[in-house]
Design a protein around this ligand. Structure first.
Ligand SMILES: [Zn+2]
Ligand SMILES: [Zn+2]
Ligand SMILES: [Zn+2]
Length: 480
């Protein structure tokens, strides 16, 4: 009797959307093609469209799209990227389709070998692709594609003018895609490779849609036009030629001198423009860069230049994935001497046991938490909010000594461990720093700082969980 697997992979047994898929531990390449293929290798499954596979549960290492129109290919690859198989390579037989979600043009044999290599890299990481945060998904996607670059596409409807389709499709919302991209670049997990373009962004909202308009440098009216100007030698008045014209000939509008001879009574200065509102004449108009998204009026030099490049995963990013730093990477308040939670707890446990035998060797523990982070992001926008969180992170780092350790508390908080030093002193210095921060007007940062000292604040035989719970219980859930 044929096993279900053999049956599935035989070329004359193409899978219809009603068929159930093999459940063995073997991995398959899925060939999506409207045409019935000839004899296929054992580990290739043929389907006529991706729906059944994507909604099924099958061990696969990649897809090959064959004989589909470009629109069908784009639809299939978007569907796959939003499914549980988001990370797997999707190749096509179409050399013209440059969709950045695809993994290029390959024959069946090439697709199998390339997809298998990616599968090996994927397995070597021992990560569960379904349990990852958005930023980790992007890192993993790039990790198994080794040399490939994340390519931006120009999209005039996008606020920042360029979008990274892979980041978009792996993020649940457009806003999250922006936040994750900014964060990955800031942490240098993704780094630029090939420079493609440069945009100018609004300093207020980050939009790359400035609207340039030339105005009068004196009164900022837009009612300016090119005109010839005259300069009266008698009184020095300079004005548009039309101001000098009178029925009786050229007359200075200021001193009433009749202007007869150029070079004797008057000349033509280099001025180019005249303002109809204030009659000022000038050589160069002032340029205003108005933001089409938030309406702010800026000067061109106030716009923030932004390089648009292809992106690759940095060595640091690869190491982070290999060290299985799952869930630790999406931390918004970061400092130096940052360690993963398990190590942090282990260090406190170790210090507690030392402390029992050497009561004079104590430590301080500080819990810092921004209560209204979400509110701040909504009020001042993600860009400025993250810049603010960065500023706080930097200031905390400056307070830390080399021997101090930090780990995350929620998304916007930090635990800080201070061996043989005063938690209260650290907490007070931190409070002082927060009060001097340059915070954008609209936002009112609400942060809390709790601290304890060991052994003074704990009872003997306390566990690390007790110690940390003592502070974390104090954290207020911010309402409203
Ligand atoms: Zn004059
Ligand atoms: Zn003017
Ligand atoms: Zn703007």
């Amino acid at each position: 009797m044929k096993s279900p697997e053999t049956k599935m992979t035989a070329s004359d047994e193409s899978v219809s959307s009603m068929t159930s898929f093999p459940t063995s531990k073997r991995f398959f390449l899925v060939l999506i093609s409207p045409d019935k293929p000839g004899q296929l290798p054992e580990n290739v499954i043929h389907v006529t469209d991706q729906t059944a596979v994507v909604e099924g549960n099958i061990n696969l290492f990649g897809f090959l799209l064959q004989g589909l129109s470009e629109a069908e290919q784009n639809k299939a690859v978007s569907h796959i990227r939003q499914s549980q198989y988001w990370v797997h390579p999707v190749y096509t037989d179409n050399t013209n389709n440059k969709n950045p979600l695809l993994d290029g043009h390959k024959t069946l044999v090439e697709a199998m070998s390339s997809a298998q290599q990616m599968q090996e890299l994927l397995i070597s990481l021992k990560l569960d692709p379904q349990a990852l945060q958005t930023d980790e998904k992007i890192m993993l996607y790039q990790y198994i594609r080794e040399q490939s670059e994340l390519r931006p596409v120009l999209d005039r409807n996008s606020k920042r003018l360029y979008r990274y389709p892979v980041i978009d499709v792996l993020s649940k919302t457009e806003e999250l895609a922006d936040i994750v991209l900014i964060d990955l670049l800031k942490r240098q997990t993704l780094i630029p490779r090939t420079l493609l373009d440069r945009t100018r962004e609004c300093p207020h909202c980050g939009s790359a849609h400035p609207h340039f308009i030339d105005v009068c440098p004196q009164c900022e009216s837009i009612e300016i036009h090119k005109t010839a100007a005259l300069h009266c030698f008698t009184c020095g008045h300079v004005g548009p030629e039309t101001d000098f014209q009178s029925p009786s000939g050229m007359l200075c509008p200021q001193c009433n001198t009749r202007l007869r001879h150029i070079g004797v009574d008057y000349d033509r200065p280099l001025t180019q423009y005249a303002c109809q509102s204030c009659h000022h004449i000038f050589i160069e108009p002032k340029i205003r860069a108005n933001c089409l998204d938030c309406g702010s009026e800026n000067l061109p030099e106030q716009l923030i230049p932004h390089d648009i490049s292809t992106l690759v995963l940095s060595v640091q990013g690869r190491m982070l994935l290999r060290s299985g730093a799952s869930n630790e990477s999406f931390t918004n308040v970061k400092t130096s001497n940052y360690v993963v939670g398990a190590y942090f707890r282990q260090t406190i446990a170790w210090s507690l046991s030392i402390q029992e035998r050497h009561p004079d060797i104590g430590f301080g523990l500080v819990l810092f938490n921004i209560q209204n982070a979400q509110e701040i992001i909504e009020q001042i926008g993600a860009l400025r909010a993250y810049a603010l969180f960065d500023e706080i992170s930097l200031r905390i780092s400056e307070l830390q000594r080399d021997s101090d350790l930090a780990t995350r508390f929620g998304e916007y908080g930090l635990w800080i461990f201070l061996p043989i030093s005063s938690a209260e002193g650290f907490a007070n210095r931190l409070k002082g720093i927060l009060s001097t921060l340059n915070i954008p007007q609209q936002s009112n940062i609400q942060a809390e700082i709790h601290s304890l000292q060991c052994p003074q604040d704990i009872i003997p035989k306390t566990t690390v969980n007790d110690v940390m719970a003592k502070l974390s219980k104090k954290v207020q859930k911010h309402v409203g």
